[in-house]
Design a protein around this ligand. Structure first.
Ligand SMILES: Nc1nc2c(ncn2[C@@H]2O[C@H](COP(=O)(O)OP(=O)(O)OP(=O)(O)O)[C@@H](O)[C@H]2O)c(=O)[nH]1
Ligand SMILES: [Mg+2]
Length: 171
């Protein structure tokens, strides 16, 4: 979704300096960043422009953006939590629908939900939202709470991502 903090997240975890804006569609081309982890290891993260309803049919250059997702190993799906919990859920479902419509393989890819903008919501409400989402989402998806603005939760997420990449390499 546009304006959820994807470029802010890329800035928080890498040395990339993508444009950030308080309006949708700030990013119109993917941005890449190198995330440095322990032992001088690193991995690449891509900030893909926001998708909207109808993306799989080309709305808002959707197919252009969706095609980049096919080249990734893990999808980090950023969600703006500063809205009613029903709307957060709807936003998540909208993206799931577009992924499935575009390509079944994409919808089967490992995807983690990043509840972003945690600095704007009290912890109790975030916990409530998490439980609500877990009860609504069938497949017990992995959920992280982060703030791309303050960096809260970002380092932990990066370690988990790195570990996941290492696990995949072993397979
Ligand atoms: N308070 C707060 N604001 C945030 C956070 N992350 C992003 N923002 C703000 O949200 C707005 C959108 O941020 P971007 O990083 O440009 O969002 P984006 O998802 O890349 O947006 P598009 O490129 O338009 O799809 C900006 O005003 C950011 O400062 C966060 O964790 N907390
Ligand atoms: Mg952006």
């Amino acid at each position: 979704m546009p304006n959820t903090g994807k470029s802010s997240f890329l800035r928080a975890v890498s040395e990339a300096t993508p444009k950030i804006g308080d309006y949708p569609f700030t990013t119109i081309y993917p941005n890449l960043g190198v995330v440095k982890v322990a032992n001088e290891d690193s991995f690449v993260i891509a900030d893909i422009p926001g998708l909207i309803e109808g993306a799989a049919n080309g709305v808002g250059l959707g197919t252009e953006f969706l095609k980049h997702l096919g080249r990734t190993n893990l999808l980090l799906h950023l969600v703006d939590i500063c809205q009613d919990k029903e709307d957060v859920y709807e936003d998540i479902k909208k993206i799931e629908v577009e992924l499935t419509r575009y390509n079944k393989d994409l919808s089967c890819k490992e995807r983690w939900l990043l509840l972003n903008k945690s600095d704007l919501l009290p912890n109790e409400l975030i916990e409530e939202l998490k439980l609500y989402l877990l009860s609504k989402l069938e497949d017990r998806i992995k959920i992280f709470t982060i703030s791309a603005l303050t960096g809260s939760g970002c380092q932990e997420l990066i370690y988990q991502t790195y570990n996941w990449i290492l696990e995949q390499k072993k397979k």
